[in-house]
Design a protein. Structure first.
Length: 254
């Protein structure tokens, strides 16, 4: 499972034959669209810490049209992730232009809005934006929450999304010195569930230079944390503890 750290371990800066600029595809049924290289916060453990500002983004109508055409021609793609950067750093109009372009395709079942806004800029998730995102009935929100305190901060914005019919899930990164004790992780999972945010994944740090060395938690400790939580909460509140390994066909259980 170990992979040597690299600035760009998933090859996101390398052009992929057949893919339009700003689109990434590692798995058969989904694609990721780099909507912007702007973020509300530059997390020190970010997978794209070394490539934001260098990777192409879908920031013109022509690039968006090329991405939509690709998904239209590849009907096996059912899930489109709008990421970056953070898609919600864009205006409501720009966000909805992206969402509606993919949601209009009958082969697309899910459009994921990937954002830290509920934690870093809760007011960005207005009731109006939530209503707009809920129109297509295809939008899911993936947010990134690492501590119980962040979960409580995110709760009001998450409530606006859930009340508009948008499922909200959290992807957590297991971070040394932040959430790497059983009690801290259990408190996070309980806070997420209380806020109607589904605990989705807990990731090992990605193999990015300067990040894994600083934040990585040993596998044995990750497994012990998972076991502690599994013995104390129901499956609805228990995420999958995984590692994202370059070249692997799936997220690998720890």
């Amino acid at each position: 499972m170990a992979t040597p750290p690299a600035p760009d371990p998933f090859g996101e800066l390398q052009p992929k034959r057949g893919l339009p600029p700003g689109m990434l595809r590692r798995f058969p049924d989904r694609v990721l669209v780099m909507t912007t290289d702007c973020c509300f916060a530059r997390c020190p453990h970010c997978t794209r810490a070394h490539i934001l500002g260098r990777a192409p983004v879908v920031d013109t109508p022509a690039r968006l049209a090329a991405c939509v055409d690709y998904v239209r021609r590849h009907r096996e793609v059912r899930d489109v992730l709008l990421s970056g950067g953070d898609v919600l750093t864009l205006s409501d109009r720009e966000v909805m232009r992206l969402v509606d372009a993919f949601a209009a395709l009958d082969s697309v079942e899910i459009v994921r809005v990937c954002t830290r806004a509920p934690v870093d800029r809760p007011g960005r998730v207005t009731a109006r934006l939530a209503r707009l995102l809920g129109r297509s009935k295809k939008v899911w929100a993936n947010i990134h929450v690492n501590t119980a305190a962040e979960a409580w901060t995110a709760a009001p914005a998450a409530a606006r999304l859930v009340d508009a019919g948008i499922p909200v899930s959290s992807q957590t990164v297991l971070l040394k010195g932040v959430n790497d004790t059983p009690r801290k992780m259990l408190a996070l999972l309980r806070a997420l569930s209380a806020a109607r945010i589904r605990p989705y994944y807990v990731f090992q740090c990605d193999p990015v230079s300067g990040i894994r060395e600083r934040f990585a938690v040993p596998l044995a400790k990750a497994r012990a944390i998972e076991g502690y939580c599994a013995a104390r909460i129901g499956g609805l509140s228990l995420p999958r503890f995984v590692a994202d390994v370059p070249g692997a066909p799936r997220k690998l259980p720890v």
